[in-house]
Design a protein around this ligand. Structure first.
Ligand code: SAM
Length: 300
């Protein structure tokens, strides 16, 4: 049967004959598909369409505006890397800000760092938080940490109001740059991130795929080189359910004590909850780029 997933934006993903196909102008000419066992939730918030389905092979799947945000099976590859790449690169991080990330997975990972005493999160869409708590308890468990303070609002506006030098690290766990996350990829936003960081503070932002989005990555790198006077690096990980199967991160530091992102300075205490993906070897390896990407990124 055909269950159409209501879409108003440019993405025209659909569930046809029991398969979810992810169709978007951000990856023209290709569409990854997952077999659907059951659609568990469909809603429309003020910002986007929200859907949850049970897949045949990746567990439950969260979809925003027709684009897969996470699956139970491979979310570890994303959440652990976007969090521990920046936090294991500095010693004793204390104040952390997460932009986006409403599912709570990054919070869960930040909470592993015992030096941290404040975890702020600014997510634009309360429906993402509620749906994650209802359908993804292993991810939303991040909200149970008493250090977490949730702010519902636009990350751009939130950052503008942050006093200079507040955070040791900012993690931008955003959706793609079409829709509510568009400004999170633009230069003024990176400027406010750099102001919000202490000297020698670090930022890690979701930075798309080297297979699909070299032009977006080029722009982000060029902006970051102008704004972040410490170091500017690109790293990547594999996430099978993201378009092209890989996703990258931009890791930058502000001027101050230098940060060598390629060599972690701290390790994770795994006694409470073992890691599934991150380890110190994969941390260092994540900064090794294929030749075609290295040429473009290093030339900027
Ligand atoms: N953690 C996910 C994963 O494992 O792949 C990544 C996606 S996360 C759900 C992206 C979040 O960014 C969404 O919940 C979306 O609502 C939020 N978002 C988009 N634009 C935003 C903005 N301007 N300010 C704050 N949050 C925003």
């Amino acid at each position: 049967g055909v269950v159409s997933v209501e879409m108003e934006g440019p993405n025209i993903s659909s569930v046809i004959s029991g398969w979810f196909s992810e169709i978007s102008p951000m990856w023209p000419g290709e569409a990854h598909s997952l077999k659907v066992e059951k659609i568990l939730f469909q809603g429309k918030s003020d910002y986007q369409n929200v859907m949850v389905f049970q897949s045949a092979t990746y567990g439950k799947v969260l979809v925003l505006d027709g684009v897969i945000q996470l699956t139970e099976r491979d979310e570890c590859a994303y959440q652990e890397m976007i969090t521990h790449l920046p936090l294991c690169s500095i010693s004793n991080p204390k104040k952390i800000l997460v932009i986006g990330g409403g599912d709570g997975g990054v919070l869960r990972e930040v909470a592993r760092h015992s030096s941290v005493d404040q975890i702020d999160i600014c997510e634009i869409d309360k429906m993402v938080v509620d749906v994650s708590k209802q359908f993804f308890p292993e991810v939303a468990v991040g909200y149970e940490d008493p250090r977490v303070k949730l702010h519902i609002g636009d990350g751009v506006a939130f950052l503008k109001a942050v006093p200079e030098g507040t955070y040791d690290a900012v993690i931008v766990d955003s959706s793609d740059p079409i829709g509510p996350a568009q400004e999170l990829f633009e230069k003024p936003f990176f400027k406010s991130v750099s102001k919000a960081l202490r000297p020698g503070g670090v930022v890690c932002t979701q930075a798309e795929s080297i297979w699909l989005h070299m032009h977006i990555i080029e722009d982000i790198v060029a902006n970051c080189r102008q704004i972040f006077k410490g170091s500017v690096n690109y790293a990547w990980t594999t996430v099978p359910t993201y378009p092209s199967g890989v996703i990258g991160f931009m890791l930058c530091s502000t001027e101050g004590a230098p940060v060598d992102f390629k060599h972690p300075v701290s390790q994770i205490d795994e006694s409470v909850r073992p890691l599934k993906f991150y380890n110190p070897e994969i941390h260092t390896a994540a900064f090794s780029l294929p030749t075609f990407a290295k040429k473009v990124i290093e030339a900027k």
